[in-house]
Write a protein that binds this ligand. Sequence first.
Ligand SMILES: Cc1cc2nc3c(=O)[nH]c(=O)nc-3n(C[C@H](O)[C@H](O)[C@H](O)COP(=O)(O)OP(=O)(O)OC[C@H]3O[C@@H](n4cnc5c(N)ncnc54)[C@H](O)[C@@H]3O)c2cc1C
Length: 290
Amino acid sequence: MIPGQFDYVRAASLDDALRILTEREGEAKLISGGYSLLPILKLRLAQPGLLVDLRDVTGLDGIVETDDALRIGARATHRQINEHPIVRDHYPMLGELSGGIGDPQVRNWGTIGGSIAHADPASDWPAAILATGAQIVCRSSTGERVVPGREFFIDTFQTAVEPTEVVTEIRIGRRRPGSAGGYTKLERRVGDFATVGVCAVVAIADGRIGRAGVGVTGVSPSPYAATDAEAVLNGSAPSEDAFRRAGEAAAAMSEPTADVRGPVEYKRAMVAEMTVRSLRKAVERALSYA
Ligand SMILES: Cc1cc2nc3c(=O)[nH]c(=O)nc-3n(C[C@H](O)[C@H](O)[C@H](O)COP(=O)(O)OP(=O)(O)OC[C@H]3O[C@@H](n4cnc5c(N)ncnc54)[C@H](O)[C@@H]3O)c2cc1C
């Protein structure tokens, strides 16, 4: 398939990109890695009049840890995140998530900002955004706003980002002693999108889970925070019984449809199982990082 005609411009800076988005509102679309947008253009599911390429915009791919957050620039690729020493040493859950996205080519080009702005209902990053309660920084020519991750994903391919905004940064709460996360993705074969992906984070104090976050992808029109599972976990001792009950609660909130990846009941059962597996990993890591 061949895309429809469009103009193309490489923004020289973030301000330049924001100016163009404002001047050409309604017809301009950002392109970052292009790994989600180009297939859609080829299928003519989107026909923007202008593509604004972010590749020359500097300062959008940093990964730094501050007192309160891990800050990931929106143009950081899945590979940059996966290989970053801070992620390797302190955020194993983000490492396993980013390392399981697509294949090496996808990870070399695809960006975290593009992934969450695209909001494919089966993409991996939203599960982590929801579980960690991350914040999304959006810039427009009139200023900056910080959107809570749990208000960011609105529906299938729909987010809180305005057409005149650029996602600039993802802020994930800094890891504290006694806290950790785990991500488990069920895929038909290596490189596929998730049949089910579950991200679980826990903060353990005095032998109990003080705060839990569970984000689920692949089994509903939009990735969701499994708040019923979190309610089961909060205040519980970390045990197989609690994990199972949380898994059942996460599965009950799913809205899977039958497709090539399996029937509805299978997918529901897999939500429960992936939740248990992610919780086991999260708790083991949290207890070894006291
Ligand atoms: C073969 C293949 C396998 C894949 N497998 C997986 C997988 O297993 N898991 C997974 O999660 N994903 C997968 N993907 C998707 C991949 O991760 C994409 O890279 C990612 O979803 C989009 O990132 P991008 O930088 O390429 O965005 P682009 O394609 O450039 O843009 C996507 C959308 O986001 C918008 N956008 C981009 N950057 C910004 C920004 N900074 N601010 C605001 N809007 C922005 C664009 O306008 C566009 O609407 C796969 C893709 C392919 C082609």
